[in-house]
Design a protein around this ligand. Structure first.
Ligand SMILES: NC(=O)c1ccc[n+]([C@@H]2O[C@H](COP(=O)([O-])OP(=O)(O)OC[C@H]3O[C@@H](n4cnc5c(N)ncnc54)[C@H](O)[C@@H]3O)[C@@H](O)[C@H]2O)c1
Length: 267
């Protein structure tokens, strides 16, 4: 693969697994993240042909800078992955902070919008490109206490459709992935804070386990490839069957393995 892949949120979790997955297939990867040091260290660890950038996807000028620096270095952008994100507050709605609601929408929804809009200008000029957004099961199912996150994720899935339709004839495909519960720093923190219950989640997941960032990266490699040439505007669940399940019982009754130190070799 001789592609240039720009990944927001690439310093951690799903974005970092994607960076490793694409680099392993020969892509040149620009890792963009608020955590500039980690982004640069990760890029260096992949090799000198990769780039680490610091920037906030909720800031229009910084979005422009991230796109410009990627273009300055590589002259093109073949794949954009919008993986930057933060969790919701998990506070009861009546106690939620409006500023936190706005911040979350700004990062997830407006950030994905601005990055996609900017990258698409280049991709449409190239006549080819693939954008992959991060939605969630929270964008489809009602998860109490997670208003901003869920609204942002539902918005991302809808924006995936609108942009996918708008740019299809120009060779630019836009798809989203809706992860279930994946073991990343994002979810590990929520589990350790008692906001998510790993055992209950595994009982509710037909596969009986949490996913890994690598599961999402593998789906991204497919969606970015020519094997997905006629796929645009979709949100692909990668969730061990979570959203397919609707019975009034546990989805999984087998043994639950210990989550060793809650670590994931890809983090
Ligand atoms: N882990 C899961 O179970 C899960 C499930 C569904 C959806 N998702 C989504 O996948 C995406 C990645 O999640 P993850 O689990 O890898 O999380 P993570 O916390 O491991 O990584 C997110 C990265 O985004 C960066 N980031 C946050 N705000 C940013 C900003 N304003 N600008 C630039 N970078 C910013 C963080 O610094 C971090 O490196 C998120 O959009 C998340 O909502 C995750």
């Amino acid at each position: 693969m001789n592609k240039v892949v720009l990944i927001t949120g690439g310093a951690s979790g799903i974005g970092w697994a994607a960076a490793q997955g694409f680099a392993a297939e020969g892509a040149r990867v620009a890792i963009a993240d608020l955590q500039v040091n980690t982004a640069q260290q990760h890029a260096m660890s992949l090799g000198a042909e990769h780039l680490g950038l610091g920037g906030d996807v909720s800031d229009e000028e910084q979005v422009a800078m991230l796109l410009e620096r990627t273009l300055d270095r590589y002259g093109r952008i073949d794949v954009l992955i919008n993986s930057a994100g933060i969790p919701d507050s998990f506070a009861p709605t009546v106690e939620q902070d409006v500023a936190a609601f706005r911040r979350l929408i700004d990062i997830h929804l407006t950030g994905s919008y601005m990055m996609s809009k900017g990258a698409a200008k280049t991709m449409l000029h190239q006549g080819k490109g693939a954008i992959i957004n991060l939605s969630s099961i929270a964008g489809v199912l009602g998860l109490p206490l997670r208003n901003a996150y869920s609204a942002a994720k539902a918005g991302i899935s809808m924006m995936t459709r609108t942009m996918g339709c708008e740019w299809a004839a120009g060779g630019v495909r836009v798809n989203a992935i809706a992860p279930g519960y994946m073991l990343t720093p994002f979810s590990r923190k929520l589990i350790s804070e008692g906001k998510l219950d790993a055992d209950r989640l595994r009982r509710r997941t037909p596969a009986g386990r949490l996913g890994t960032a690598r599961h999402i990266a593998d789906a991204m490699l497919f969606l970015a490839s020519d094997r997905a040439e006629f796929i645009t505007g979709v949100t692909l669940p990668v969730d061990g069957g979570y959203m397919a399940f609707g019975a009034a019982s546990d989805a999984y009754g087998g043994p639950l393995d210990a989550i060793v130190g809650m670590t994931d070799e890809l983090q």
